[in-house]
Design a protein around this ligand. Structure first.
Ligand code: FAD
Length: 411
């Protein structure tokens, strides 16, 4: 075996970077290597559909740490290398090029690969997904030649990309297969608000739209054909329809899982000395009644990384962090705390027409989540309500003149 490290981290993204940072912060003195298939040092992914794509932030500004940081802390960066196999008995991973690297503990932090369309034309030039810097750079390079773009998928990434393209003056059509955008992650009120905002910015939002195939000429996309026969001419297609967790090498050697790799409260997989964190970890989340879910957010990747670092250092910790998330579209900053899945009541706090309001999600009378649009105070103060699981008077929650912290204090 050419090399061996006390801790090997596979995936140099948010979770992987934070695991290495947290290990050194907690005074772990063993050897650490991070193996990543992208050529870059760890960088922030959220700007790829926001200010990086818009050209408002240079790549250097989205690096999670400056290059010297990793060197100074003795973290070996094995970049541009893809792990294709794990041998849990031998405690080794193998890269695509055939390098065999030994580990004492393995932290799997590989995120996921964007789902692609399976229909005809899915691989034409001009068809993009947004997951890596390379993806964003490819889109940016083509933008000058684009007048019309079609975004497929009305989740956060599709909506954010649509907002950037609209800002560039492109004609944008956004296709969503369901009857509202953000259907999987937010309540109907928020979906309708964002739908209206995008329309007001000139984005042609089409709901219930089913893609039949992509059309092209000379291997380049020229349009999107819908099930009803309509063809939408365009020079660029952006596909934002979710990710497939990158866990095949673990499942191949018997790790429990499917849609992600199953982990316990310390993020341990069922394989010895193998942890998994971030987008690829299927974990029991206390803010979803303990349901086994994957959470795709920077918060989840970072907090799970911290739990693993502490566990390796012998601390008795469990993952129970409050979920939070954000999305920037136009001049709207959405901040979310908690998980709204399974809600049975929504309270509107503030007037959406003012473009500063919050939606408070309740389940059995308890506050389980808030979506706050240009309402940072509600977001900050609402966190305590989510944590306490308080049953509060809906009329009070709806009264935007009373700060949420006062309502929480009165509980
Ligand atoms: P990643 O950060 O994706 O890192 C995984 C790394 O592992 C990648 O570099 C991948 O290429 C690499 N890898 C995969 N397989 C292998 C292998 N076999 N060998 C070696 N390397 C491998 N979250 C928010 O909270 N707020 C936001 O506003 C937000 N916006 C987003 C916008 C975009 C465009 C995207 C793509 C994501 C956004 N997210 C946002 C989600 C957030 O970026 C992810 O939840 C987070 O990056 C997850 O971290 P991770 O470490 O699990 O995976």
């Amino acid at each position: 075996m050419a090399q061996a490290y006390d801790v090997v981290i596979v995936g140099a993204g948010h979770g992987g970077a934070q695991a290495a940072i947290a290990l050194r912060q907690t005074k772990f003195e063993g050897t650490i290597a991070m193996i990543g298939d992208e050529p870059e040092l760890p960088y922030e992914r959220p700007p790829l559909s926001k200010d990086y794509l818009a050209g408002d932030k240079a790549f250097e500004r989205i690096l999670i740490r400056q290059p010297a940081f990793w060197e100074e802390r003795g973290i070996a960066m094995l970049l541009g290398q893809r792990v294709t196999a794990v041998d849990p008995a031998a405690h080794t991973v193998t890269t695509e090029e055939g390098a065999v690297i030994g580990y004492g503990t393995l932290i799997w932090a590989t995120g996921g690969a964007p789902r692609t369309l399976s229909c005809g034309g899915h691989d034409l030039a001009g068809v993009h997904t947004v997951r890596t810097r390379a993806d964003a750079d490819r889109m940016m390079e083509e933008l000058d030649g684009v007048t019309r773009a079609v975004v497929i998928g009305g989740g956060y990434i599709g909506l954010e990309a649509a907002a950037v393209l609209a800002k560039f003056g492109k004609q944008v059509i956004l296709l969503e297969a369901l009857d509202r955008v953000l259907a999987r992650v937010a309540g109907e009120e928020l979906s309708r608000f964002y739908e209206a905002e995008h329309r007001a910015h000139g984005v042609d939002v089409r709901l219930g739209a089913k893609v039949d195939c992509l059309e092209g000429a000379d291997d380049k996309v020229t349009g999107v054909r819908l099930h009803d026969g309509t063809v939408l001419p365009c020079e660029m297609v952006i596909v934002g329809i979710g990710i497939i967790p990158a866990v095949a090498p673990l499942l191949a050697v018997g790790a429990e899982g499917g849609n992600g790799v199953k982990v316990d409260a310390q993020c341990r997989t069922s394989l010895p000395d193998v942890f998994a964190i971030g987008d690829c970890s299927l974990h029991g989340n206390g803010f979803a009644d303990g349901a086994m879910i994957r959470v795709e957010s920077v918060q989840n990747a970072n907090d799970q990384a911290n739990v693993v670092a502490k566990t390796i250092m012998g601390a008795d910790v469990a993952y129970d962090a409050v979920p939070w998330f954000w999305s920037n579209q136009y001049d709207l900053r959405l901040q979310t705390v908690g998980l709204s899945m399974g809600y049975d009541q929504v309270i509107e706090r503030g007037d959406p027409a003012s473009r500063s309001f919050s939606l408070i999600y309740l389940k059995d009378g308890k506050v389980i989540a808030l979506d706050c649009v240009n309402a940072t105070k509600d977001y900050v103060q609402g966190r305590a309500l989510v944590v306490s699981g308080a049953v509060l008077d809906p009329a009070k929650l709806a009264d935007a003149s009373v700060p949420l912290k006062e309502i929480a204090a009165g509980f």
